[in-house]
Write a protein that binds this ligand. Sequence first.
Ligand code: 1GP
Length: 236
Amino acid sequence: MQQQSAIYKQWKHAFKLDPDREISDEALDAVCMSGTDAVIVGGSSGVNYDNTVELMSRIRRYEVTCALEVSSEDAAVPGFDHYFIPLVLNTEHAEWLTGRQTRALRRFGAFIPWEQTTAEGYLIFNDGSEAARLTGSQAPHDAESITAHLYMADRLMRLPVVYIEYSGMFGDMEIVRRARAVLTQAQLFYGGGIDTAEKAAQAAKYANTVIVGNAVYDSLEAALSTVKAVHDASLV
Ligand code: 1GP
């Protein structure tokens, strides 16, 4: 059996950059030199081969680890350090759980670097986000439903990563805290609404990996301050 290279297990902080959004060379330089553990390339819409290759080659000028979250088969680009394949666990449409992924595997299965490829069990908690609308996801509300989804991801499916996704809004840290307590083997990713060092530190108390997206585009200085905040918080 092939060994997984689980480089993401070392990541406390990552920036997520969207190939469909513009970023200046200066801003990209600041992100790549920030001390973050990784840059993840991914987005919910408008991501294609060309804009993914373009962003990858710009990031590749730096030493920072660079991963691709493959959410569209058109954007499967070779040359990244690691690949994530999202499975949306709280979607109402099987298409987003295994349908699109299986279709992509028909095409690319033989070429996938499996040892650098990891499934992520997504739980989308922000019903107003583009990701929720696109995938027809509804946030589980009560504690029992949330725990059931975590059991599904961590114990039954034994997914290596569970991603609590609040994309666009800062989430309920009590949910993140409880998720961390339920998980036995999965790495916990948290992303959503982190635009200050303080929010980053709060998320870092419970999540193994804190992911910052929009703030890079909306308030770069604040986004950069999250790197140290996360690294300091995880030393406590
Ligand atoms: C999005 O989880 C990431 O997939 C980050 O969320 O853009 O709200 O920071 P934000």
